[in-house]
Design a protein around this ligand. Structure first.
Ligand SMILES: Nc1ncnc2c1ncn2[C@@H]1O[C@H](COP(=O)(O)OP(=O)(O)OP(=O)(O)O)[C@@H](O)[C@H]1O
Ligand SMILES: CC(=O)N[C@H]1[C@@H]2OC[C@@H](O2)[C@@H](O)[C@@H]1O[C@H](C)C(=O)O
Length: 372
């Protein structure tokens, strides 16, 4: 029988708001237990420094002092998250799945870059760490993202499709599961990132809390149409984005009132989801990620998608912990040599595993050296 492992997944998403940590028990195929989770926010200074990196990461070296400073600060926060989560559970933890922080993503150039010091995380926690989940996929010609569909599909194995899971983080991504179990996935467009940047710039608050700004503004439809007139939106899946792929949208709304700008950027996120080319119309959409807390996003989706739109909590999932759980799940898949890449998910040419194991300064546990 395949052994189930207790794994902590760690995700630091494109919103740059903090690290999410969750623990699950899984064999890498089925999920037998979902335990507690937590989020540790980043201090505003760290968030600002990480944000700065996104503008210049394309031309930076891995040993650039600016990169290293942010990498070490982020890693320290991840170590805190692991220790805090361990304090909430009894019993063992076997493994960590460490996504790191994406600071640059350009699969067409063969590059995707997640920073984070896996060796230090392993040393400080005494646990084996799987990291660098996206690199092998990009190397093989895939998009390197999204990877969450593997986890969504595992959780939905008992549900009949067509069904869609929409994650609205900094960037938004969808998993479609067809009536026959077919999986199709891609990034849909911006999620919260543009709204966050706009709110930060004009109000000093890093998001549009409860969609209050957008609710008080009017959508400038011609700007939304102009923004949607990009090759990305006519391309079929698979496809993925860098957080900064649509940064020019902030220039497009410059000069609007803060409320109209927020309403227009919110509509951009919604319209991008509506334009996503899927094999069939989902009979229901389930939304995770921080964007599900924005009533203006949810109302726009409910109005435009022609099917019920609910938070993933309706499925009994935790929409804040899902991505962290996912990278725990993928860590066990990686250890077992199971695929992280698939043509329908990332566009990689074949099923292939990914991720790198680091056991720095610790004796590899016995289960790691035998068959799983
Ligand atoms: N009450 C709220 N009202 C409006 N927006 C919210 C609210 N709560 C959270 N958000 C949005 O959700 C964002 C955080 O989402 P999430 O934690 O899913 O991002 P992430 O982990 O960086 O995601 P990803 O990795 O998918 O990009 C915040 O930056 C904010 O824009
Ligand atoms: C390159 C990268 O980090 N992509 C993230 C990002 O955040 C959302 C979206 O863009 C998605 O493609 C992906 O994360 C999720 C967890 C994924 O891989 O499924």
């Amino acid at each position: 029988m395949v052994q189930s492992l207790r794994v902590i997944g760690l995700m630091s998403g494109t919103s740059l708001d903090g690290v999410d940590a969750a623990i699950i028990e899984t064999c890498g195929e089925k999920v037998s237990w979902r335990g507690p989770s937590l989020s540790l926010p980043y201090a505003p200074e760290l968030r600002a420094k990480a944000r700065e990196l996104l503008e210049c990461a394309a031309s930076m070296a891995a040993d650039d002092p600016q990169v290293c400073e942010v990498e070490q600060a982020l890693t320290a926060r991840h170590i805190d998250a692991v220790e805090a989560l361990r304090g909430q559970i009894d019993g063992r933890v076997d493994l960590i799945g460490f996504h790191g922080q994406t600071i640059f993503h350009a699969p067409a150039e063969g590059r995707t870059w997640q920073i984070g010091d896996a060796a230090k995380l392993s040393r400080e926690t005494g646990l084996p760490v799987i990291h660098d989940f996206r690199r092998q996929d990009v190397r093989s010609g895939g998009e390197g993202a999204p990877l969450a569909p593997w986890y969504h599909a595992a959780l939905l194995s008992e549900h009949a499709g067509p069904i869609a899971v929409l994650n609205i983080g900094g960037v938004a991504n969808v998993t479609f599961i067809g009536a026959d179990g077919q999986i199709v996935a891609c990034d849909t467009g911006p999620g919260n990132a543009l709204i966050d940047d706009w709110a930060m710039r004009h109000t000093g608050v890093p998001y549009d809390r409860d969609g209050a700004l957008a609710a008080a503004g009017s959508v400038h439809t011609s700007i939304v149409e102009h923004l949607l007139d990009a090759p990305f939106f006519v391309k079929s899946p698979p496809k993925s984005l860098d957080r900064q792929s649509f940064a020019h949208a902030l220039h497009a709304v410059e000069g609007l009132s803060v409320q109209d700008g927020a309403a227009t950027l919110t509509a951009f996120t919604v319209e991008a989801v509506k334009r996503t080319i899927l094999p069939a119309a989902p009979k229901a959409w389930y939304v995770c990620g921080g964007g599900r807390r924005n009533p203006m996003l949810m109302a726009g989706l409910a109005e435009g998608l022609g099917a019920p739109v609910r938070s993933v909590e309706a499925l009994g999932w935790d929409g804040d912990a899902l991505e962290a759980e996912c990278f725990g799940y993928l860590a066990v898949r990686s250890l077992r040599g199971l695929p992280l890449s698939a043509p329908g998910i990332t566009g990689a040419p074949r099923l292939e595993t990914g991720g790198i194991l680091t056991c720095d300064g610790i004796r590899p546990p016995r289960w790691l050296t035998g068959d799983l």
